[in-house]
Design a protein around this ligand. Structure first.
Ligand SMILES: [Zn+2]
Length: 515
C-alpha cells in the first residue's frame, strides 16, 4: 500500500473510531409526563410489562437503534441515571430474517477490570427501529423492550418475582441415544450440528411484546451464545415463526399437550407447518403461564420434541427458559440438589455453586426459598471456568456433554422433504427446493468423489431469486457476474461452485453467500 493510501486508511480508521466513540448514550428520555398514562391506555406491550410483578423500575425511553450495527464496537448503555456502562462488542451478525444481533461484554469502569465476566453481558437485537435486548450487569438484570406505540421500555427486573423455572419434576425419561463421546473428547473432534427450531406464539404473546420476532431472535441468539460459551457444538437455526389460533389456559401441562397433539382440535396445523419448515423442535411462546416453561420429557422423539415457554422468562433474566426447555428435550437434567435422578446420563446435571463465586448454569435451579446463585448463560461443564472455578464436574455436572452426545438424534427428528435455500441435495432422494427455486444449471455433484463419473447421481442447489437484480441478505449468488449482495456483505469463505461450467477452471470465482 502506498504511503498516501496508508495515510488515508489511517485517517479513515481514526474517523471511524472517533465517530463510534462519539455516539451518545443508547437511551434518551422519552417521558413527557403523560407518556406512561397514554401507553397504559393504548399499548398492549406496555400493559403486559406493567402488570408483570417481575418488572421493577420502569422507564420509557427513546432508543437510538441506528447505533446497533455489525460494525459498532462500543455502545454506551445508560441503564439508569448515574449508571453509564460501556458495552464492547464480542460478536455481531445479521440473521436470515434481516435482524441484527449484537452481543457484547460490559466494561467495569476499572472496579473489577474489563476482563471477561459471564455475568456482565449484553445482547441486543435490532429489527428496524426496534431494539429487544437483555443486559446482565453485576447480578442485576435489565430488559430493553420496544413498545407498540413508540418508545422503548427499559426495565430493572425483579428476578425473585419471576415464576418458578418449570414444572418438570415428573417429566418422563425418553430412551436416550448411546453416549457417543467421552468426557475427554476434544472439542475439535466433535462436528457441529444444526438443529432447526420452529417458534409459534399465541395472539396474547404477540400482543405482550412490541416486536415478537425481535424477542424470538433474542431467544435463539442467547441460546446459541450459551452453546458457544460451553463447548456445545450445536447451531440452533430458526426454521420459522408463526402465530397460532389458541386461547391460553395458563396451565403449562394442558397447553403443552394441546400444542403437541396432532388431532385434538387445538393448534393441529402446526404439524404441517413443521413439515414445511423441516423443524426438529417446536416451541410455543405464551403470555400467561403457570411456570416459566415445560418440556415434554427428559429427552424427546420426533412426536414429542415440543415445549411451552412463558414470554417473560424466554430470554435472559436469570432464566434462559427457551434454551432450558430445549435442553430438557435434549436429555439435560437439573442440578442434583433439585433432581436426584441420574437417568439416562449420570453426568447429565446442571451445576449450582453457592459459595463465592456463586452461580448456576442453564439447567440448575436456584436455592429455595432464599435465592443463592444467579443463572449464567453456560451449560455445566468441567472444562469451563467462572472466576477460576470449574462450571461442572466430569462425573455429575456435564450438560455440555449431554447436548453434544444427543444433538444428532434431535437434529434427525425431521427428515426434510425439501431443501432450504442454499442447501444441496446430492443423494437423489425425492426432494425439492423449499423455496421452489432451483438454481439454474445447478445440477451438479456436491461430493467431489462423484465428479466426472456419476453425474446423474448428483442433484440440485436451492437458491434465492434475485430482488432488484441483487441477492437479498442470506441469499445465494450462483453467478457472480450480474448479481451482487444487496447488503454488499458476503459471508467470508463462502465462495464455491454451483455451476458445472466452472469445475476445474476457476473454482474460486464461483458462488458467494450474502449476509
Ligand atoms: Zn427444567
Amino acid at each position: 500500500m502506498s504511503t498516501l493510501k496508508t495515510a488515508f486508511a489511517a485517517a479513515l480508521a481514526l474517523c471511524f473510531i472517533t465517530s463510534a466513540a462519539s455516539a451518545g448514550p443508547l437511551f434518551a428520555p422519552f417521558d413527557d409526563g403523560s407518556t406512561h398514562a397514554r401507553a397504559a391506555l393504548f399499548d398492549t406491550a406496555y400493559r403486559a410489562l406493567a402488570q408483570d410483578p417481575a418488572m421493577g423500575n420502569f422507564q420509557i425511553v427513546a432508543a437510538d437503534a441506528a447505533q446497533v450495527t455489525r460494525r459498532t464496537r462500543t455502545i454506551s448503555l445508560n441503564l439508569a441515571p448515574g449508571l453509564p456502562v460501556i458495552a464492547q462488542q464480542v460478536d455481531s451478525y445479521r440473521t436470515k430474517e434481516g435482524l441484527i444481533v449484537w452481543h457484547g461484554i460490559l466494561l467495569d469502569n476499572g472496579v473489577k477490570g474489563s476482563l471477561f465476566n459471564p455475568i456482565n453481558t449484553v445482547t441486543l437485537v435490532r429489527n428496524g427501529k426496534k431494539l429487544t435486548g437483555n443486559v446482565h450487569y453485576e447480578g442485576e438484570w435489565y430488559h430493553v423492550r420496544p413498545l407498540r406505540q413508540g418508545g422503548h421500555a427499559l426495565i430493572a427486573v425483579e428476578i425473585n418475582r419471576l415464576p418458578a423455572d418449570d414444572g418438570d419434576a415428573l417429566m418422563p425419561v425418553v430412551p436416550a441415544p448411546a453416549d457417543q463421546i467421552s468426557a475427554t473428547t476434544p472439542l475439535a473432534a466433535i462436528a457441529r450440528t444444526v438443529i432447526r427450531v420452529m417458534v409459534n406464539y399465541t395472539a396474547s404473546a404477540a400482543a405482550s411484546t412490541g416486536d415478537i420476532l425481535g424477542l424470538i431472535t433474542l431467544a435463539v441468539a442467547e441460546t446459541n451464545q450459551g452453546y458457544n460459551n460451553s463447548g456445545v457444538q450445536i447451531d440452533l437455526q430458526l426454521a420459522g415463526t408463526s402465530q397460532v389460533t389458541y386461547s391460553e389456559t395458563g396451565a403449562s401441562s394442558t397447553d403443552l399437550a394441546r400444542y403437541r397433539g396432532t388431532s385434538d382440535g387445538y393448534m393441529d396445523s402446526i404439524h404441517s407447518t413443521r413439515t414445511s419448515l423441516t423443524a426438529d423442535v417446536g416451541i410455543l411462546l405464551e403470555n400467561n403461564l403457570d411456570a416459566c416453561g415445560l418440556a415434554s420429557g427428559i429427552g424427546s422423539t420426533y412426536s414429542t420434541a415440543f415445549a411451552v415457554v412463558k414470554v417473560s422468562c424466554a430470554t435472559g433474566t436469570n432464566r434462559y427458559s427457551f434454551g432450558h426447555e430445549i435442553g430438557h428435550l435434549q436429555w439435560a437434567r437439573h442440578n442434583p440438589e433439585t433432581d436426584s435422578s441420574n437417568s439416562p446420563y449420570p453426568f447429565g446435571h446442571g451445576y449450582r455453586r453457592t459459595s463465592s463465586p456463586a452461580f448456576r448454569t442453564i439447567m440448575a435451579y436456584d436455592c429455595s426459598p432464599t435465592p443463592c446463585a444467579t443463572r449464567v448463560n453456560y451449560w455445566s461443564s468441567p472444562y469451563r471456568l467462572y472466576s477460576g472455578v470449574a462450571m461442572g464436574t466430569v462425573a455429575t455436572h456435564n450438560n455440555a456433554r449431554v447436548l453434544n452426545t444427543t444433538k444428532t438424534t434431535v437434529a434427525g427428528f425431521f427428515a426434510p422433504t425439501c431443501i432450504p435455500d442454499g442447501g444441496v441435495d446430492d443423494v437423489l432422494s425425492a426432494t425439492s427446493c423449499c423455496s421452489g427455486y432451483a438454481v439454474p444449471g445447478s445440477t451438479y455433484c456436491s461430493n467431489p468423489a462423484d465428479w466426472g463419473n456419476s453425474w446423474a447421481s448428483c442433484k440440485q442447489i436451492c437458491g434465492t431469486p434475485l430482488v432488484n437484480n441483487c441477492v437479498p441478505s442470506g441469499g445465494i449468488d450462483d453467478i457472480l457476474s450480474n448479481t451482487r449482495c444487496s447488503s454488499n456483505v458476503s459471508v467470508a469463505g463462502s465462495e464455491w461452485c454451483l455451476d458445472q461450467a466452472d469445475w476445474g477452471t476457476d473454482w474460486k470465482t464461483c458462488v458467494q453467500t450474502c449476509q
